[in-house]
Design a protein around this ligand. Structure first.
Ligand SMILES: C[S@@+](CC[C@H](N)C(=O)[O-])C[C@H]1O[C@@H](n2cnc3c(N)ncnc32)[C@H](O)[C@@H]1O
Ligand SMILES: [Zn+2]
Length: 207
């Protein structure tokens, strides 16, 4: 049992070979809900350049390719097995340059200063060995695009309690990590924990 757990955890971190391809298919099914939330919050606009980090089996790419807004998608993943799978699955989108895929690690992204309009990552952060380096890279890429458009980059305070605030009424309550659904003690609003946090971060910009 211990060995199986260790194998699964290795494959989730870095899908490899036949087992990796199976895991990637499972991930596509399991993470559908989170990827749907990410798509909603991203709110892609025509012509936008979107970077996905740790694309896995490509569920979010699939959703983005189906939107009417036709964003330009760049995806990276540290696993060659994941990259091969995604390249095979979306070869038409790659042929028309709607999608570009690189085998690369989040902490060493192969991009110059040209920047992205939005950067998205789902279920990967806990695998990054150096989170601050990756976040700094996000900042660099987004800063470039904001200067280009003459818009402001808003960075939320690191202690802003996005998971604890009710995105419907503003009430704040404790949210231990095991609680996956936000249920507001004040107004009764319920939502997926991450969705609620994402809406709070979106509203933070307009404060
Ligand atoms: C649990 S899967 C999530 C896949 C996809 N984002 C989803 O939610 O369906 C984690 C993915 O992150 C990738 N990954 C892990 N560490 C990474 C890193 N340092 N840089 C880029 N990708 C990484 C893995 O190869 C794997 O494909
Ligand atoms: Zn509330």
């Amino acid at each position: 049992m211990k060995l199986l757990k260790a194998y699964l955890s290795r494959q989730l971190r870095h899908p490899t070979g036949y087992g990796g391809r199976l895991i990637l298919r499972l991930i596509n099914q399991e993470n559908g809900g989170m990827n749907a939330i990410a798509l909603n919050v991203l709110d892609a606009q025509p012509g936008q350049e979107i970077l996905e980090i740790g694309c896995g089996g490509g569920d979010l790419i699939n959703r983005l390719l189906k939107t009417e807004q036709l964003p330009q998608i760049t995806a990276i993943d540290a696993s060659q097995t994941a990259v091969d799978m995604v390249c095979h699955k979306f070869k038409e989108a790659m042929a028309t340059n709607r999608l570009v895929v690189h085998q690369a690690k989040a902490e060493a992204m192969p991009f110059a200063d040209n920047g992205f309009d939005a950067i998205v990552t789902v279920n990967t952060l806990y695998f990054w060995p150096d989170v601050p380096t990756v976040i700094n890279e996000f900042k660099r890429q987004l800063t470039y695009k904001c200067e280009w458009y003459g818009s402001e980059l808003v960075i939320a305070d690191r202690f802003y309690p996005s998971s604890q605030i009710c995105s419907n009424c503003g009430h704040q309550q404790k949210m231990p990590l095991h609680l996956r659904t936000y249920e507001c003690n004040e107004c009764g609003f319920t939502a997926d924990r991450d969705f609620n946090a994402a809406v709070n971060l979106e509203n933070y910009v307009n404060k």
